[in-house]
Design a binder for this molecule. Structure first.
Ligand code: SAM
Length: 266
């Protein structure tokens, strides 16, 4: 599709369109959709990824919020049997409910200003999501795949790695986009685990605990979680309470959350 078919890029909707054909092919290869797959693409834009996804002949569902781009894709969907358009803000899209409960695969070069809320929304629906391939700001991908002890390791790393395997598959230079963004980008593949290595008694407790621990990153666990645990709890779990949260493994956060859930009779 030619650029001149479309209106100028809208900054407010994070419209940095991919034009590097090699990068585009690598992203689609990262998902590698098959003909029987149901694939959801968030933000097809001018169709950089969409064009290759259509060639795979999978059942393709597009979510696009820009009215002009949505008009374009609505016309296409009218003539392509395996293409469906949803003209909606992705933050209002119900991933849990659409098309019943069949497995879906998700792909997108997301607007960077909404990447975290989109991700947390998808995590809520992860039971039906086979895998996801996303372009994000490089710093976000660094945090997703970070290991304990690094300064990138934080709330996003723990929340994501409790439930999913995450792998960086590509670094993408700003020149691969038009207009080029001011930040570096990277592509990540996220695979929700059907049975997590880290089983939780209560997901809500885990979410609150991780948030609390990292809200005071420079404080020790003993201080930041003083309302949650006493010295005996740390002793039983063999966790050093003088540690800062970034030193704890994901499994140790899970152990703390389960300990709290047990104490509270959840
Ligand atoms: N996939 C295209 C590409 O790689 O060139 C476009 C990527 S561009 C970074 C982001 C796309 O998401 C744009 O098409 C934009 O209109 C769309 N978008 C922005 N905010 C959105 C939202 N809240 N819901 C759905 N789509 C949105």
């Amino acid at each position: 599709m030619r650029d001149e078919t479309f209106l100028p890029a809208r900054k407010g909707l994070g419209q940095n369109f991919l034009h590097d054909q090699r990068v585009i092919a690598d992203i689609v290869a990262g998902l590698n959709p098959k003909i029987d797959d149901t694939v959801v693409e968030i933000g097809p834009g001018r169709g950089a990824l969409t064009k290759l996804l259509l060639e795979r002949e999978c059942d393709l569902h597009l979510i696009e919020f820009d009215r002009d781009l949505a008009n374009y894709w609505r016309d296409k969907a009218a003539t392509i049997a395996h293409l469906t358009l949803y003209e909606i803000d992705v933050l209002k899209f119900d991933f849990g409910d659409f098309l019943g409960n069949s497995p879906i695969r998700v792909i997108g070069n997301l607007p960077y200003n909404i990447s975290s809320p989109v991700l947390f929304r998808l995590l809520e629906a992860r039971k039906r999501i086979t895998d996801m391939v996303f372009m994000f700001q490089k710093e976000v991908v660094d945090r997703m795949v970070a290991q304990p002890g690094s300064k990138q390791f934080g709330r996003l790393s723990v929340m994501l790695q409790q439930a999913c395997r995450c792998e960086r598959i590509l670094q993408v230079p700003a020149g691969a986009f038009s207009p080029p963004p001011k930040v570096k980008s990277a592509v990540v593949r996220i695979v929700p685990q059907e049975v997590s290595d880290y089983r939780l008694i209560d997901e809500g407790v885990f979410g609150r605990l991780v948030k609390q621990a990292f809200s005071m990153r420079r404080k020790t666990l003993r201080n930041s979680l003083k309302e949650w645990f006493d010295a005996k709890d740390y002793e039983t779990l063999e966790i050093d309470s003088s540690n800062r949260p970034e030193r704890l493994a994901v499994g140790q956060f899970v152990a703390l959350a389960n300990c709290f859930a047990n104490k509270s009779g959840l």
